[in-house]
Write a protein that binds this ligand. Structure first.
Ligand SMILES: CC(C)=CCC/C(C)=C/CC/C(C)=C/CC/C(C)=C/COP(=O)(O)OP(=O)(O)O
Ligand SMILES: O=P(O)(O)OC[C@@H](O)CO
Ligand SMILES: [Mg+2]
Length: 238
């Protein structure tokens, strides 16, 4: 099976080209605003649109992604809080396992529940190790998954978790400080994880400025995800 989206991320990572994803939460963006939102995303030259939320009502993601698809050619990648957010209108799916947590529901159960939706699907499925780092807030991911994030200071544990994910066959590692985090993933943690893995690294949560974005890149993030700052219209990357 070909994996064009993963190949794009892998080859950018090899060449040191940095990628940007804008995260849209279907619950928080009105379908009427989609063409306006798409214009803002195109202006930022984002490489991907991620779609997902920790709590999204059934069916909302599919209609939202369908509308989005009609308005842009930017690849749309699902970043699901649960299996009900899987829809074939997107291009790809981050097949997440919450490796920082010890809740079987988010390690394997949700993935099994998604299978009936994926049987005849054309979605590119990308095995992704998802690691929650303490961003100083009770993030939605923490609440929904009832798991404990890795403290920012525990770099050793974060690195071991990422490397274990790589050994398990994950193709991407995603370091997540939580949507709207007070503290984004710290640069030392990003660079130590990056040094120890040979797969691309995604970083997100609490990134609000071009300076933070560039520091995340400089320390080893291959792809940065921005949600809240874009939602609040205070990320212009200028
Ligand atoms: C593989 C499939 C089909 C599902 C995976 C399900 C897993 C393991 C999810 C990981 C845990 C989780 C709840 C992730 C949420 C990811 C996400 C979409 C975060 C962004 O949403 P937030 O911004 O935190 O949520 P709200 O905006 O809804 O508060
Ligand atoms: O909303 P923000 O804080 O940008 O976080 C983006 C993403 O990593 C959240 O899952
Ligand atoms: Mg959000």
């Amino acid at each position: 099976m070909t994996k064009p989206l993963l190949n794009l991320i892998q080859s950018a990572s090899k060449k040191g080209e940095k990628l940007l994803a804008i995260l849209l939460d279907p619950d928080k963006s009105s379908p009427n605003e989609i063409s306006f939102i798409v214009k803002r995303i195109e202006k930022l030259k984002a490489d991907f649109i991620f779609v997902g939320g920790s709590f999204v009502e059934d069916g909302v993601t599919a209609s939202f992604v369908k509308k989005l698809r009609e308005n842009t050619t930017i690849p749309i990648v699902l970043f699901p809080g649960d299996y009900s957010q899987v829809t074939n209108y997107a291009n790809g799916l981050l097949f997440l396992s919450l490796l920082s947590g010890r809740n079987p529901e988010y390690l394997i159960e949700q993935q099994i529940k998604a299978v009936p939706f994926l049987k005849n699907s054309t979605l590119e499925i990308i095995p992704t190790g998802y690691i929650l780092i303490d961003g100083g807030t009770n993030s939605s991911v923490l609440k929904v998954s009832k798991t404990t994030p890795i403290p920012q200071e525990n770099i050793e544990l974060a690195v071991a978790t990422a490397v274990a994910g790589m050994y398990k066959g994950k193709q991407l590692i995603y370091l997540e400080a939580g949507s709207g985090a007070k503290q984004a993933v710290n640069y030392k943690l990003i660079s130590e994880v990056k040094k120890n893995i040979s797969i691309p690294l995604i970083v997100g949560g609490g990134i609000k400025s071009t300076e933070q974005l560039n520091n995340a890149y400089k320390n080893g993030a291959d792809l940065v995800v921005i949600g809240t700052a874009f939602e609040n219209n205070n990320f212009n990357n200028e």
